[in-house]
Design a protein around this ligand. Sequence first.
Ligand SMILES: [Zn+2]
Ligand SMILES: [Zn+2]
Length: 317
Amino acid sequence: MQALFFDNRLSLQDIPVPEPSRGEVLIKLLYSAICNTDLEIIKGYMGFKGVLGHEFVGRVITESHPLYGKTVVGEINCSCQQCYLCLSGRRTHCEHRSVIGIAGRQGAFADFISLPAENLHIVPDAIPLPLAVFTEPLAAAVEIFEQLHMKPSGSVFIFGAGKLGLLVSMVARLHGFDYTTFDAVTEKTAFAFKLGINSRTIRELSQHEKAEVCIDCTGSPAGISLAMSHLWPKGTLVLKTTVADPAKPDLNSIVINEFTVIGSRCGLFSPALNLLERRLVDPSTMISGKFMFMDIINAFEAAKNPLNHKIIIDHNV
Ligand SMILES: [Zn+2]
Ligand SMILES: [Zn+2]
């Protein structure tokens, strides 16, 4: 099968179709999407070498499994179910975990992928296939509000109007929070505004404007200090950025201002699928381009353009 391999450079390679191990099923990929994490990995994040890709929708082709023929999306953390973290109910933090296309496991930029059946969720018919690739990043946006319980009257600043920032803004809007989304790039705040998101450029943000919750979705090491400087004392800082070159925040400032800091990674798929199925979040306007799988190297070039949002890969042959 064909797969996009990263080994200090990206190349399409012919590799064997994966053999499902115990508890796994084989999936034929239908659509996938390029995430900022993929762009960070090719800059060195996680030191990953192998087949990239973790946002996907596919069809189960293992005939002997009850999921055979079903259209599925997959949670990206694969756990051992035996270590002390798994046994304590913290399976997404399993000490032996592999993560699809990010750590120790083949990714979705390929013709086929083998995954534990327990990671899979059936995609409701009402969700158009290309939109199902948003399940994983939308789950990561919903995860913030799984971790953080705040009053509907609370104020939220979201920094970064990129792919994740827009999804987080859509979820914050659903909750009825007094939220504003900021970005340094005028084109990005203008695009967010077109989606009905309350957005402003960072230049318009005065030094004394603060919120009770600041969420960093900038994908840039400088985003954390920016978010911290607009947080009320006793406020909550939510960190979503993972980069090859992480920031070193001023911990004194966290102590002195009594900030609560929440690191936030992957989320649950069921609420994300509900939001997509009921059209409460409609990310269709966030698709900036569609490329055939054989053209995925060019798709990566398009994804590197910061003004592009989601680049979708079509695996249908
Ligand atoms: Zn992602
Ligand atoms: Zn484990």
